[in-house]
Design a binder for this molecule. Structure first.
Ligand code: AMP
Length: 229
């Protein structure tokens, strides 16, 4: 098997607190490895902007930084994973967020004789996460993250990746109260999932308080795929 074919069939979890840079790394890895990016937060935001019943249900939980109940979240994510072309690898971002979700994912993959290959945990101290989230802006169309321009203090107006210049906005759950709640939920409910994957021998820890490029190199190294991919 070539390195490219190993990469395109990889089933990876990008794990970490909100603001760790999972979305940014996922965008890079998608291009480098050719795997699908499945972000539970993006799926919910898609439902929200389309005004679906699921979006309306999720809205209140999302705005206060709480987890959307497992009954709807697990089905939404597993349906998306199940709809990917067979044999195609994927990167999960934002899922699983508690051990119940991790077990449900494991069981669903086992039914297809599949398993998660690697879990990459990007860790960042809380004070840095708070700083990043309060400066974070997102393209409404493609979800690419942006920050304020250091000189003007202003966020960009349009997305440079979207042909028609997608509109840039600040997420409702990047407000100080919601951010504080998201970090509490992360430490109490999500961080214990790390033990589940550590016990399974799948976990790599990567310090995320570094440049985007060096985190990307560390992720590729952890996957045994050097930066040449
Ligand atoms: P994210 O974009 O990953 O920060 O997710 C935004 C919000 O969507 C979270 O704060 C939750 O309200 C909801 N959400 C995303 N993924 C999950 C998940 N795996 N379980 C429950 N809620 C989730």
């Amino acid at each position: 098997m070539t390195r490219a074919s190993v990469a395109t069939s990889l089933r990876l979890i990008l794990f970490g607190p909100p603001g760790a840079g999972k979305g940014t790394q996922a965008q890079m890895l998608k291009e480098q490895l050719g795997v699908e990016h499945v972000s539970s937060g993006d799926l919910f935001r898609h439902h929200l902007s389309n005004g679906t019943e699921l979006g309306e249900l999720a809205r209140g939980y999302m705005n206060r930084g709480a987890l959307v109940p497992d009954e709807v979240t697990i089905e939404m994510v597993l349906d998306r994973v199940g709809s990917l072309p067979s044999g195609r690898g994927f990167m999960l971002d934002g899922f699983p967020r508690n051990t119940n979700q991790a077990r449900a994912l494991n069981d669903a993959l086992l039914q297809q004789s599949q398993r998660i290959d690697r879990v990459v945990h990007i860790s960042v101290p809380d004070d840095e996460l708070i700083r990043r989230l309060s400066n974070r802006y997102i393209c409404r169309k493609c979800q690419k993250p942006f920050t304020r321009n250091p000189a003007s203090g202003e966020p960009p107006r349009n997305c440079d990746d979207c042909a028609d210049g997608g509109d840039i906005y600040q997420r409702d759950d990047d407000t100080p109260d919601a951010v504080a709640n998201r970090l509490t939920v992360y430490h109490e409910e999500t961080a214990p999932v790390l033990d589940y994957y550590r016990d399974a021998g799948l976990l790599d820890n990567i310090p995320g308080d570094a440049s985007v490029e060096s985190v990307n190199r560390a992720v590729l190294d952890a996957l045994g795929l050097t930066a040449e991919v």
